[in-house]
Design a protein around this ligand. Structure first.
Ligand SMILES: C[S@@+](CC[C@H](N)C(=O)[O-])C[C@H]1O[C@@H](n2cnc3c(N)ncnc32)[C@H](O)[C@@H]1O
Length: 226
């Protein structure tokens, strides 16, 4: 999956300061395409009407990571459920340029995962592993590995699949953590009841959690242990 497809990074970055560059377009069905842009030096992924990834400016994880510097500095193995084009990887790469990150990206979409892999070639501190799978099934099937940081960002356009908010999934996530791991989970709820039910599920598995809010997003920071 690792092919160089985008040409010279330096030249493209310069051009992108002036005009948005569309680097790739893949039609996924009758209505929707995924489009990869470079604009103002940021790689962005658009899917249908929504922006899935926004370079190092991707706000849910930018907000969360700004509160987790010590924990991040100790992390090395990262699981990303909902890869997009790897904004999470770009941010970790930028925050800790001297570090080598082992990142396992899981996404249901083959074209998105292939794009993620090509984009990550631009970030040599990220050693990526790429798995095409449904995030719920991936966790249900027990990957048999522990991760220092788990980033959960699974969206079908602007909807989080119901299973991702389930007790079974949250319990499964607990099984891939070690004592000092953290989880960052970005979600949007359909209503207050759904949020209340989900937070009850979290309370049963994690003794404390932080919640950040912006626009319609709720971003949870969940330390495995306090
Ligand atoms: C908001 S984007 C993720 C952005 C990404 N975290 C980043 O750092 O750039 C949501 C992703 O979830 C993926 N997705 C949707 N349903 C999924 C599922 N059931 N299992 C795994 N991935 C899924 C989409 O293909 C999309 O790439």
């Amino acid at each position: 999956m690792r092919k160089r497809v985008f040409g010279s990074r330096k030249l493209l970055c310069q051009l992108s300061k002036i005009v948005p560059l569309r680097l790739k377009k893949v039609k996924v069905d009758k209505k929707r395409s995924i489009k990869l842009y470079l604009y103002k030096r940021q790689l962005k992924l658009q899917y249908g009407r929504v922006l899935y990834s926004d370079g190092t400016e991707y706000f849910p994880f930018k907000m969360a990571f700004s509160k987790m510097k010590t924990r991040l500095s100790e992390a090395e193995n990262v699981l990303v459920l909902g890869a997009g084009i790897g904004s999470v990887g770009m941010m970790l790469h930028d925050k800790f340029p001297g570090k080598q990150w082992q990142m396992h990206f899981v996404d249901i979409s083959k074209p998105i995962l292939e794009t993620c892999s090509s984009v990550m070639d631009w970030f040599p501190n990220v050693n990526g592993e790429y798995t095409q799978a449904d995030a719920f099934e991936f966790i249900k099937n027990k990957p048999g590995k522990k991760y220092d940081l788990v980033c959960i960002d699974v969206f079908n356009e602007d909807r989080v699949p119901q299973e991702i908010l389930s007790e079974k999934f949250v319990h499964g996530i607990k099984q891939v953590l070690n004592d000092s791991s953290s989880v960052v989970m970005n979600v949007m709820f359909e209503d207050e009841d759904q949020q209340e039910d989900f937070e009850q599920v979290l309370t049963d598995e994690f003794s404390v959690f932080d919640r950040l809010e912006k626009e319609q997003n709720s971003i949870y920071i969940l330390p495995a242990n306090n």
